[in-house]
Design a protein around this ligand. Sequence first.
Ligand code: GLN
Length: 483
Amino acid sequence: MENLYDLPANRLAEKLKSKTLKPSHVVEKIIQRIKELNGRINSFVFIDEPQALKAAKAADGSDLKGDLSGIPIAVKDNICVKGQDTTCSSRILKGFRPPYDATVIKKIRENGLILVGKTNMDEFAFGSSCETSCYGPTKNPWDPDRIPGGSSGGSAAAVASGQIVMAIGSDTGGSIRQPAAMCGVVGMKPTYGLVSRYGLIAFASSLDQIGPITKDVTDAAALLGVIAGHDEMDSTSADIETPDYRKSLVNDVKGLKIGIPKEYFIEGIEPDVLKAVKEAIELLKKMGAQIKEISLPHTEYAVSTYYIIAPAEASSNLARFDGVQYGFRAPHPKDIIDMYTKTRSQGFGEEAKRRILLGTYVLSSGYYEAYYLKALKVRTKIRVDFTRAFKEVDCIVTPTSPTTAFKIGERIDDPLSMYLSDIFTIPANLAGIPAISIPCGFDGKGLPIGLQIIADAFKEENIFTAAYAYEQNTDWHSKRPGI
Ligand code: GLN
């Protein structure tokens, strides 16, 4: 007997449509699973059981309209849900309940999905391990001594352990793809501007994108279809027609041109990761894809460029958290300056403070040209690398992360080694292009490995075709942690 919580949304949706299952039964089972596991995994920071059950009961008696109607979903804690705690897993936002829904939440509700709760994350999405949350770290369901990846670690761990059917994450430099890789699930960062950022609490506005974390590629395509589309509430939202991504789910890569960038196969990649990725490339070739070595010459500057631009934007975005309007305010201040100082000193964690200092420094007069402006120029060069590459190939395949999940505590005191976790995911954010991570194997310790597929802006369909075809010819995505 298969466990209901192990099924992807597309399988559950069939059962819901044929009425072999009721939404309330699915939601009850999911909540039961959360209660069983969340103490150990810590992937959820809030669960709205009464609302979820109420919505499910209402769905029981109604016609299920959308493909994902009646499916339980979890949302990263940096996305505004009206009336529900939204804290970015930071002490400074404790008690903040937004008066409005983010656009993605609105779309999720309109499509009949059932919101179950908020998932844990690195504070303000700063991190690659989910350890900087004020609620404590999320654990990797494949090995609870290890990190689930970050910053959307709560979403990835919840999907991997069957505590939710599908989830929403955000990705500024890899925060959807890297935890998806480390938890053995599918995670996609769409093209910048494809999904509205309205109601996403900003980290770095020119890099942030919201995207799906799911059990398979079919679910990722369906959920992206729900959340994508133009939104006048986000001035960076692209005014384009979004296709039906499910039409790209064809098991055929014949003639698809896949680029393998030599700069992504460097020293420092764990041998098991390298082996799994090479085998995946071999398989794609056997399936009829044309494999071509390419070069993205500015790759080596991506991490340093990102760690100027992202903190610069973050320092500006986080200036609004001063104890006046949102969440936490330090008690007993002497005067207003003291109130700001104490609130920010007590409210932000160490990594958030590091980013604010770094960002303020690179934007300060005298350093702005040397750091920030320079970084913007390098960013353009990185974008141009991709533009050139996509004249020759339809997509690019790389590892998602150089390593599998590391031990909790291993990198937390060494920010530079933490920052290097995103060496393969950051370039897509700097270029504004879409990328997915899909499961492609396990290392010798039984930990999942992710394969990254990147495409040109608004060419999500190429990603889905390659990812789906690969998935159809392997069974990595159907493995579940024995938890
Ligand atoms: N790990 C990267 C960082 O710490 C990316 C985080 C993200 O994508 N939100 O900034």
